[in-house]
Write a protein that binds this ligand. Sequence first.
Ligand code: SF4
Ligand code: MG
Length: 329
Amino acid sequence: SDTVLDVDGLCVEYAGAGEPVRACTDVTFALRRGEILGIVGESGSGKSTLITALTRLQRPPAVTTAGRVLFHPQDGEEPVDLVRLTPRKLRALRWTSLSIVLQSAMDALNPVMRLGAQFVDALREHDRSMSHTAAWEEARRLLGLVGISADRARSYPHELSGGMRQRATIALALACRPELVVMDEPTTAVDVVMQRQILAQVLRLRREFGFAVVFVTHDLSLLLELADRIAVMYAGRIVELASATDVYRTPMHPYTRGLRDSFPPLHAPVTRLEGIPGSPPDLRALPSGCPFADRCPAVMERCRTELPLLEPHGGRSVACHLHDEGIRP
Ligand code: SF4
Ligand code: MG
């Protein structure tokens, strides 16, 4: 199949003392092989909740209450539902089919092990026929792909800069040729120059290896450069899903438009950040209508009572009443 990941109706709740809080509601999207899908939203929009749910890294009190996440292996085997997969089967997929790069590179690398040895371990664990020498050679090659010189293979993580550690983490995630890599703000800890180098490398590696990426960030400008398509999240829902070009040129949701105007593109000089006045709604007390209504410059009467659902509009999707009224924001 041409699809590597098929997320359908995913709902995640935080169970607490009172009423459970919906952090993700009815999230649905499909990812094509080799595609980079960006997920963008402010903090509290549910984007991190979403990816911890779909990679099964979530911890209580977060619970997936509905939906499925079908992963389609390349070899034509039956798709598996990541939400319901046994821990043993899930472990078998990790690194070889599905890799995860999280915010802090430090956590992914073992501080008391030489960098190269960590690659050798990962490679040989998944291919027991690989010789030690071949694994070291591959480790040095992988580091080279992210611009880290081969002699660094003998260094310990603390001897590397933050940017190098982050690039090494990405290379490690790709060592076993996964079909899907999930990245959560992998460049937040590094400066802008390093960030751009890392993104360029991700694109280059994707061309070489052909993996698909789900890339989560609060920074839309970064996704405009990196992603093929972008899903915009607000109050736990996808409110717009479109190609990066469409998001940049013709955002359909007023929130997407606000986000686009909040961040200058990476190549442009930083001028004034417009920002979006107000803050996201409290998930414990969501309004009955559109969750963006209080901040929306185009709010209409029906927005206060009717929740807009994500609906297709010419090859893209948007959840906003303006579009069945035929109004462009
Ligand atoms: Fe604004 Fe109404 Fe669209 Fe919500 S549904 S984004 S309030 S116009
Ligand atoms: Mg986060």
